[in-house]
Design a protein around this ligand. Structure first.
Ligand code: ATP
Ligand code: MG
Length: 733
């Protein structure tokens, strides 16, 4: 038996060797599905069943495609070239370039990004006389995407499937949009598979050509395919039927992007002679991690159901740790400390991951890791302070404190769109150059003089400049957080993302909220901007060993020795959106996400939750996630962070009651809403704090006051040493 087959267990080997006919591998996390698929690929080549170009292999990410290519090469002992190996999008694009003429495109068509798509759709709607205020374009965009995910060209949308959007004109607008794309020789992401599927459906010769070309089809993460992907696969597999799909219904986490778990059931129906192989031995995780994950997912009702047992020889290991902490900062501190300890003990950083539910959560960890000098990378996204909306908001802040910051001014002058077209911007630059003045100064001049600009852009510019004058005044009066909150709203910036219906938009708003929270930890806007500049400077980190930070969604298929799962709180995980929807369905998808998270860990899984989430300068109590209660107790070890340990020592009845009880003793925050943001502010203290008094500080915990100087206090903290802090963040203990 060749080496690569000997490395498989009998069930896996059967799945690799059953080369002909349809095969479905339905198995839990870490059972070797991906290994089976890779080995099968290699086996096809080694046994000369197929040339490399005759295998079509679909992975969920480009990274997974790279890995598979490397592993196949390693098994066959030479570079694997000319492979049709990649994501659905990548493969679809490649195919479409070859047959573009069948759908009225040229092979050099452009692939539009989401911005361009939206702009185009708006043009189409305007041309059709649709009232964009009544029927915002993002709504239609979402509808078109859903249709494309289901393989529906405008012609295939039946009246029954039409929507009442824009008084029943959605289908016609869809057709007009597609025509516009053709005129521009362009395709959007959805078209890559929509068009190729349509070609395979309607051009028998092309279909026959691919039947000859692809003898074998391999699909990873099958549970997350949507309908058009399924149709595309089914068309290509017709005839020989040599299709092998591997998946796990418990890891279906992309229904919000149109993935349909029913595709698993459909497979068995469409390929009646399909063999179904189940793998039950998990080679990734220790027994306690597996048992915890299994106990959790057992709470889902809609499951196909399967068994998972430990397959590793060294499956015994530590229990899953559940750590309760005071707030997200202490949570980040705990994670940082443990990573440092692991590093000291010789664990490679690349074997450590922090998996968050929502993108905004990365900020606290990034700052902590930077403070500790631990290299990290954010997988599948940008670092917090480099995200588009965060950079935009920072640019607004920079202009506020430093009007001569031309780079910042340029970034935001027409963001959101204020009708400052190219010619207006040229006039602005020209003026600044002539006067040798910063752009903002030139803008003032142009905005309030009669010449140089047409009325509309002049008005827009005047409004922006008046805004900055007003916000500068407000900054002196109301403080930096309230001012920045108001600035983001009044400039139209917040609204821009609220109007945006792309799946990323809610996350962007959350990032802005997190930015305001971060801002609240600083005394002044300038101080905060300095901090950000320092954090960003840390940009160029050495290549090599790094901790991975990513969302749970991005972690699918990956594995690490040590996994941190922070933020298991109601409203965060499960997400507020899932709770608002109220149904079992959304909740079950969140639970699958939790299952994906836990099963990424090989040896150590640390789940944590904060008792309080900070809202500017104050706390709101957070309720531990219901998923924590669903972890079987015998496989879990509970612990508290420093602040909570203090609580327990002080006799709090239970771990969860502790922080909540303490939170209840604090003066209630004065929460006021300003526009889109809820800002909580500590009410003014009635009596001043005196030297010798015992106090509590948000960040440093308990201590005794050594000296008082206006609003600054020198405090000897029990744990953190002596520090000078702002009295705003301190209260009597
Ligand atoms: P997921 O559902 O998370 O995508 P998976 O089913 O694809 O998981 P793999 O990633 O293929 O699982 O395998 C999990 C781990 O177990 C990998 O490190 C893999 O190398 C290892 N593994 C798989 N099969 C075996 C085996 N027979 N013997 C030893 N190790 C194995
Ligand atoms: Mg896998």
């Amino acid at each position: 038996m060749p080496d690569y087959l000997a490395r498989l267990n009998p069930e896996q080997r059967a799945a690799v060797e059953a080369l002909d006919g349809p095969l479905l591998v339905l198995a839990g996390a870490g059972t070797g599905k991906t290994r089976v698929l890779t080995t099968r690929f290699a086996h096809l080549l080694v046994t000369r069943r197929a040339f490399p170009s005759q295998v079509l292999a679909v992975t969920f990410t480009n990274k997974a495609a790279r890995e598979m290519r490397e592993r196949v090469s390693a098994i066959i002992g030479r570079p694997a070239e000319g492979l049709w190996l990649g994501t659905f999008h990548a493969l679809g694009a490649r195919m479409l370039r070859r047959h573009a003429e069948h759908v009225g495109l040229k092979s050099n068509f452009t692939i539009l990004d989401t911005d361009d798509q939206m702009r185009l759709l708006k043009q189409v709607m305007e041309a059709a006389g649709v009232d964009l205020r009544r029927w915002p374009a993002p709504g239609l965009m979402a509808l078109l995407q859903r249709w494309k995910d289901r393989g529906l060209t405008p012609e295939r949308v039946t009246p029954a499937e039409d929507s009442d959007y824009a008084n029943g004109r959605a289908r016609a607008l869809y057709a007009a949009y597609q025509q516009r794309l053709r005129d521009l020789n362009a395709a959007d992401f959805g078209d890559l598979l929509l068009h190729t599927t349509e070609i395979l459906r309607t051009e028998p010769e092309v279909l026959a050509q691919y039947h000859r070309a692809f003898r074998y089809i391999l699909v990873d993460e099958y549970q997350d395919t949507n309908l058009v992907q399924y149709l595309w696969l089914r068309l290509l597999a017709q005839g020989h039927g040599n299709i092998c799909c591997v998946g796990d219904d418990d890891q279906s986490i992309y229904s919000w992007r149109g993935a349909e778990i029913e595709n698993i059931l459909r497979f068995e129906r469409d390929f009646p002679d399909a063999r179904v192989v189940r793998l039950e031995r998990n080679y990734r995780s220790t027994r306690p991690i597996l048992a915890a994950a299994a106990g959790l997912i057992a709470h889902n009702r809609s499951r196909l159901g399967k068994t998972l047992r430990p397959g590793r020889d060294d499956a015994e290991g530590e229990k899953v740790q559940v750590v309760a902490l005071w707030d997200s900062e202490e949570e980040a501190r705990m994670v940082g400390e443990r990573i440092e300890a692991a590093q000291r003990a010789g664990h490679p950083l690349s074997e450590i991951a922090i998996l968050v539910r929502a993108g905004f959560q990365t900020r606290a960890f990034e700052e902590r890791l930077i403070a500790l000098g631990i290299p990290y990378r954010v997988v599948g996204g940008a670092r917090f302070y480099e995200r588009e909306e965060v950079r935009d908001a920072l640019a607004y802040m920079r202009v506020l404190v430093q009007p001569a910051d031309d780079l910042a001014f340029e970034r935001i002058v027409n963001k959101p769109k204020r009708g400052l077209g190219d010619s207006a911007l040229r006039a602005l630059h020209e003026r600044a150059r002539l006067e040798r003045s910063p752009l903002a100064v030139a803008a003032e001049r142009l905005a309030f003089s009669a010449e140089g600009l047409r009325p509309r852009p002049r008005q827009a510019l005047a409004e922006l400049m008046r805004g900055f004058a007003r916000w500068r005044e407000q900054l002196r009066r109301d403080g930096h957080v309230a001012t920045v909150a108001a600035m983001l709203d009044e400039s139209g910036y917040t609204e821009m993302w609220k109007q945006d219906r792309s799946p990323e938009a809610p996350g962007r708003l959350e990032n802005l909220k997190e930015l305001l929270r971060a801002l609240g930890e600083f005394e002044s806007l300038a101080g905060f901007l300095d901090h950000v500049a320092l954090v960003m400077e840390n940009d160029e980190q050495a290549e090599g060993e790094r901790v991975a930070l990513m969302t749970l969604h991005a972690a699918k298929g990956l594995e690490f020795d040590m996994v941190f799962l922070p933020g298991w709180e109601e409203g965060l995980f499960p997400s507020q959106r899932a709770l608002d929807e109220g149904g079992e369905k959304a909740l079950e998808e969140e639970r699958r996400l939790a299952y994906v998270g836990l099963t990424r860990a090989r040896k150590v899984a640390v789940v944590s939750h904060a008792a309080n989430r900070r809202v500017y300068g104050n706390w709101t109590a957070a309720i531990p996630s219901r998923f924590l209660d669903e972890l079987p107790e015998e496989h879990v070890e509970k612990a508290g962070g420093a602040a909570l340990e203090r609580q327990r020592a002080a006799g709090a009845a239970s771990m969860f009651a502790g922080p909540l009880a303490l939170a209840a003793r604090r003066p209630p925050p004065r929460i006021y809403e300003t526009g889109s943001w809820e800002i909580a502010e500590r009410p003014p203290r009635a009596e001043p704090i005196a030297v010798g008094e015992r106090v509590f500080h948000q960040k440093f915990g308990y201590g005794r006051v050594l000296a008082v100087e206006e609003d600054r206090l020198d405090i000897a903290f029990d744990k953190a040493g002596t520090k000078r802090v702002l009295d705003r963040f301190v209260e009597k203990a």
